[in-house]
Design a protein around this ligand. Structure first.
Ligand code: 48F
Length: 255
């Protein structure tokens, strides 16, 4: 019995990993924008792998505002929430609340059930940059990264890479620093997140969701950081709509 359990885990995991060594879309970060994008892309028939540094996917969803596990969404983001079967309550002024545990669990389940595969505890430490385009991600176990062990990573190739890494926009940072490219922002470089201004930040999150360079896309707080948008705190409509928008952009480009 002991051997059967270990064998089943190893066989299934490595079959899953091998099947995703080359994908249509590699998504870095299982926050709300990355999970919505993963869901929409997988639902449209694309092969999608999500790489999440932490053990638990969900990014900044779980904690609501200051660990009060409720978040606010706007009316125009309700269709996304409904797509995932997450329940909500009406507050006022076209604002609604969601239980963030249900939101995180719902987004993770929705992405999985649509066919996206999530590799948790796996960090993206570099990009593939070939023929003047971003062509994949370089991955490593998070514990190896955290312990600073001298171990070479492995590579996932992809037609499109989505930077859904949140505030630090790690993938775009790698692309500008290591590949030395100029991206689609006013300065051609990462502009840096600005302080809190909810309405502006929410609008900028969606407006800044874009293709930055051939093969490289950005969503969520990473999009805000890259384009110099304001932050917005525990309101999630912009994140959900950003995930939906970037999936549409990638689908158009891969068509
Ligand atoms: O930040 P995060 O939740 O992504 P998001 O979709 O949503 C932002 C909101 O949660 C919240 C907000 C603004 O106030 O509404 O902040 O932009 O999740 C990003 C995920 O990416 C993972 C990280 O652990 C987190 O779960 N991540 C970051 N860098 C890497 C990574 C990396 N190099 N490799 C793998 N995962």
């Amino acid at each position: 019995m002991e051997e059967k359990i270990s064998g089943a885990i190893i066989r299934r995991y490595f079959a899953k990993l091998e099947k995703h060594l080359t994908v249509d879309v590699a998504i870095v970060g299982a926050g709300p924008s990355g999970l919505v994008a993963a869901h929409d892309l997988a639902r449209a028939g694309k092969q999608v792998a999500v790489f999440e540094r932490k053990l638990a996917p969900g990014g900044g969803t779980w904690g609501g505002g200051m660990l009060f596990n409720e978040a606010v969404i706007q009316k125009d983001a309700l269709p996304v929430v409904e797509d995932f079967g997450v329940s909500y309550l009406e507050e006022n002024d076209d604002l609604y609340t969601v239980d963030t545990v249900e939101l995180a669990a719902g987004l993770i389940m929705g992405a999985r059930k649509a066919g996206a595969v999530i590799f948790n505890s796996v960090s993206v430490e570099d990009i593939v940059f070939k023929n003047d385009a971003v062509g994949g991600v370089v991955i490593q176990w998070t514990p190896v990264e955290r312990l600073g062990m001298h171990v070479d990573p492995i590579v996932i190739t992809a037609k499109a890479v989505l930077d859904g890494s949140g505030h630090p926009s790690e993938v775009t940072s790698l692309a500008t620093k290591k590949a030395g490219i100029s991206i689609d922002t006013l300065s051609g470089q990462i502009m840096g997140e600005r302080p809190m201004w909810v309405e502006e930040g929410e609008a900028a999150t969606v407006a800044s969701t874009k293709r930055l360079y051939p093969g490289l896309y950005v969503s969520g707080m990473a999009a805000n950081n890259v384009s110099g948008g304001f932050r917005m705190g525990p309101i999630f409509g912009g994140m959900l709509k950003s995930g939906r928008k970037v999936a549409e952009l990638i689908l158009q480009d891969l068509a």
